[in-house]
Design a protein around this ligand. Structure first.
Ligand code: BGC
Length: 748
């Protein structure tokens, strides 16, 4: 039986292989390369011989029992593979284990169709990079691409084909724990990040055993749950969705991402899981996406709770008909689709199309040529946590940290000096890795304290308190420790599991006991460097008064301890810039730099009937794009190549940036535009370009941006996309609070 089956697939392969089309090669546009061969004869041959049950099996994704990433674990996945009921597995890895499961699929099922192995490789697989919010603060797409490439190599060598990343959910809601998994608040920066990640994961050739397929999630608008509570209702206008939320997903698809994950939330009253407007009209019809869509974990089952399906059978029909090709973990397709197809509730064409999309991705991964090409113990040993991977992780950790305050240039500290290290996070290697740390382990990872010990002459350490236990019994020792050294480094913030999935908070302050500890140490008058670990923007209104210097380290990953210490002691200089606004308090939320002017902007200090608060300023504590370093920069007034342009032309804007300090430093030069009059209201600023530059002391560089009609485009009154004639303001600056501008006109 086994031999007959194998030969059937072999015969199909032989008959098909000549027509597979040219292999793509690395090009500037992996999208085109990855999609260069659209149809696979092997897929068509299989579709002709597959039974209804075999087809449905390809639409089913179950978790192994290795990892728990959702509420219910279905047992018996090995039997499901053997019986052909499950064509895809997630949460199983290592070359050895995936080979074992793949052997069952290939050798013990009638057609021997290989399994697809997926996993949440979110910010690294074994070598863990900073959490994604931190990664985006680097504003360094090249290095972000490299981090995804490293993650792909490590994951692919462990038998994985498919990562549930990039997470492209724009978020202005710091209560939501999953803000930590995304690239922050801005569509332009988010698009650069998602594109870079897809390039990194997928490379130019998906069948290369060092690359894996990306999954763009969570489609769509999952980052806007009401009140920041995970899985909660989302509602926004289509205009807002298209302008501020969709671009990072689109950018990932344009970069060639092979798969998409439907989000848990509803959009316009329909759960995204079965939302044909999102999954078919926008994703496929408008954007031309030709990969497959997978539900999120039990997303189809959850439609019963949403109240748009009476039972799992109905939910399954709705989901598949809306364009959701694969069922993650609900079991609905497996149980109910056969009958639904037989009764005509789902057409054979719809079913075949879903199967075709999934098999096509398997073909693009090269799995029909060699189902075991990703399971290699030798490669697994060779690729895992190599020196180069660790160095990339350290560099990105350094670039992701944001220096929020540096009073009297307290930082960098003198190498070899004496420091007191205080705080419950100082010696935690585990927290460094953040949430969704793949197969990364804290074993052997240096904590921030370990890193500091390598840089300082003398280190006195005490945790001072627990993460949130109110006991202050360690405060006396902390105060004593603080007085022993010339500088105090306090490492405070959130535990790594206070952000990520199902980790929303109603407070965005550091826990009270930690805040009290800081007050107690500040009362000693010792200079304090506050290092923060957290997965969301925090309310730092008090801490920013008490600490002399603040370094936002997020959860910086495997090499984070060393990276933070190198920054503190000047072996590296901070160059991260916030990708999300830090409010003064939770009452200002949502607060984001691309706000509209409103009909009553607050321009007259103290005016009553203008848009403002009675008890707080409108401005944030730290704006989007903000971050300091160990030197300073000045900006010359932007110079335009012309003061107007039209549909077939462009202009350039140049600004001279000068390092006015005494150390080399990196600046992220940012371009913002404002459209003064539109057919619909326009934001006060829109990021439209950025460039990282490193300048020696006294050095100047002219930074140039090109502005084309694309940079001016938006969803106009009639919901067409394009620019409108009129006046624009242009800002080139170091963060989004810039006030100086020049103007130009766009003529139609
Ligand atoms: C999360 C996804 C994740 C999936 C698989 C879900 O609970 O929302 O982001 O990819 O689980 O682990």
């Amino acid at each position: 039986m086994k031999r007959i089956c194998l030969s059937l697939l072999t015969v199909l392969m032989l008959a098909s292989c000549t027509a597979a089309g040219p292999k793509p090669t690395r090009s500037d546009d992996p999208q085109r390369a990855a999609n260069a061969y659209k149809t696979y004869p092997i897929v068509e041959s299989l579709l002709r011989v597959m039974t209804l049950e075999e087809k449905i099996g390809q639409l089913v994704l179950y978790t192994s029992d290795w990892d728990v990433t959702g509420p219910s674990i279905r047992s018996g996945y090995v039997d499901d593979i053997r019986s052909g009921k499950c064509g895809n597995i997630f949460n199983a890895y290592t070359a050895e284990y995936t080979r074992k499961l793949q052997e069952i699929a290939v050798n013990e099922t009638r057609l021997g169709i290989p399994l697809l192995f997926g996993y949440d490789v979110i910010h690294g697989f074994r070598t863990i990079f900073p959490i994604n919010l931190g990664i985006s603060a680097s504003w360094d797409p090249e290095l972000i691409e490299e981090s995804a490439r490293v993650a792909a190599r490590e994951a692919a060598a462990a038998g994985l084909h498919w990562t549930y990343s990039p997470m492209c959910d724009i978020c202005v809601e710091p209560r939501w724990g999953r803000i930590s998994e995304g690239a922050g608040e801005d569509a332009f920066l988010g698009s650069a990040v998602s594109r870079a990640m897809v390039y990194g994961y997928q490379g130019a050739d998906l069948s290369d055993p060092l690359t894996i397929a990306a999954c763009v999630k969570h489609f769509a608008a999952y980052g806007a749950p009401h009140a920041g509570r995970d899985y909660n209702t989302v509602d926004m206008s289509e205009r807002w969705l298209r302008e501020f939320y969709l671009p990072p997903y689109k950018s990932a698809f344009d970069a060639g991402a092979q798969t998409a994950m439907a989000s848990f939330n509803e959009y316009d009253g329909t759960p995204a899981t079965a939302n044909a407007h999102l999954l078919t009209e926008i994703l496929r019809d408008e954007w031309g996406f030709d990969g497959f869509v997978v539900s999120d974990y039990t997303g189809i089952l959850e439609m019963i709770n949403h109240g748009t399906a009476a039972d799992l059978a109905e939910a399954s029909v709705q989901a598949l008909n809306a364009g959701n090709d694969m069922d993650m973990q609900s079991g609905g397709y497996s149980e109910f689709l056969k009958k639904a197809v037989e009764e005509g509730k789902v057409s054979k064409k719809t079913l075949d199309e879903a199967v075709r999309r999934i098999l096509t991705v398997k073909a693009r991964l090269g799995l029909f040529e060699d189902p075991f090409r990703y399971c290699s113990e030798e490669r697994e040993a060779a690729e895992t946590k190599t020196e180069a991977n660790l160095l990339a992780a350290r560099t990105l950790a350094e670039e992701s940290c944001v220096l929020l305050k540096n009073h009297n240039n307290l930082l960098p500290l003198t190498k070899g000096s004496s420091v007191a290290v205080i705080g419950p996070l100082a010696d935690s290697a585990d927290d460094l890795l953040g949430s969704w740390r793949g197969a990364g382990l804290p074993d052997g990872v240096k904590s921030i304290l370990d890193g500091i010990k390598e840089q300082a002459g003398q280190v006195f350490y005490t945790p001072g308190c627990d993460m949130s236990n109110p006991s202050q019994k360690g405060f006396d020792e902390a105060e004593y420790t603080a007085r022993r050294a010339s500088t105090v480094i306090m490492v405070l913030g959130e535990s790594c599991d206070w952000s990520g999935e199902a980790a929303s908070r109603t407070s965005i302050k550091i826990p009270e006991v930690q805040a009290e500890l800081l007050k107690r140490i500040a009362a000693t008058g010792q200079p304090i460097v506050l290092v923060l670990m957290n997965g969301r923007p925090l309310d730092l209104s008090e801490e920013s008064e008490l600490a002399d210097a603040i370094l936002e380290a997020w959860f910086p990953g495997t090499m984070g301890g060393e990276a933070v210490a190198r920054l503190l002691f000047g072996e590296a200089s901070p160059s991260g810039r916030l990708s999300v606004t830090f409010p003064r308090n939770l009452g200002q939320v949502p607060i984001y730099y691309y706000a509209k002017n409103t009909g009553r902007p607050y321009v007259h200090p103290g005016a009553k009937y203008e848009s403002r608060y009675l008890d707080c300023e409108n401005t944030p504590l730290y704006p989007f794009g903000y971050g300091l370093t160990y030197t300073t920069f000045s900006y010359g007034k932007p110079v335009l190549s012309a003061d107007s342009f039209g549909p077939t032309s462009s202009i350039t804007a140049k600004a001279t940036v000068t390092n006015t300090g005494s150390r080399e430093g990196t600046e992220v030069v940012q371009l913002y535009l404002r459209d003064m009059v539109g057919s619909v209201t326009r934001p006060l600023k829109m990021l439209r370009g950025f460039e990282r530059i490193t300048l020696k002391p006294g050095e100047s560089r002219e930074v140039e941006f090109t502005i084309t009609p694309e940079e001016l485009s938006f969803w106009r009154k009639d919901m067409t996309y394009g620019p409108e004639a009129g006046e624009f303001r242009l800002f080139i600056a170091g963060d989004s609070s810039a006030e100086d501008f020049v103007t130009f006109t766009y003529n139609e």
